[in-house]
Design a protein around this ligand. Structure first.
Ligand SMILES: [Mg+2]
Length: 128
């Protein structure tokens, strides 16, 4: 049952078209949907201890299923947005990973919890 991102994008596209929902979608709506679904995922973890939740997700299949469902909702939103704006999500992802590999040089950040501001990093790149 393995499918490529392009095949999954086709599944999402067909799901939308079979329901004639495209008429209700704009990029704004789809971006909002991604955010709402991401927050539904986040709500599962709200006000609870992170390490305990890791353990719970490994031991409680019902809890893990909720995480899977919300993660899939986020992914569906991403596929729908990429379809709506006609770009390949797999290419966008790989392009972003390439940028992250530069921004977070593995020799410099290995084993460190670090946040490098994207805007500042891009400005720095422009200056060098
Ligand atoms: Mg949801």
């Amino acid at each position: 049952m393995e499918k490529s991102v392009k095949e999954l994008a086709e599944v999402a596209k067909n799901f939308i078209d079979e329901r004639d929902w495209r008429q209700f979608q704009t990029s704004k709506d789809l971006a909002e949907d991604i955010s709402v679904e991401a927050n539904e995922l986040l709500e599962l973890f709200l006000w609870k201890d992170g390490k305990e939740l890791d353990e719970k997700a490994r031991e409680d299949s019902e809890f893990l299923q909720k995480i899977k469902n919300e993660t899939a909702d986020v992914f569906f939103g991403c596929l729908a947005l990429s379809d709506h704006l006609n770009f390949d999500l797999d290419e966008a992802f790989l392009s972003k990973i390439k940028q992250l590999e530069k921004r977070y040089d593995k020799e410099q950040v290995k084993g460190k919890s670090i946040k490098i501001d994207e805007k500042e990093w891009l400005e720095k790149q422009g200056k060098t």
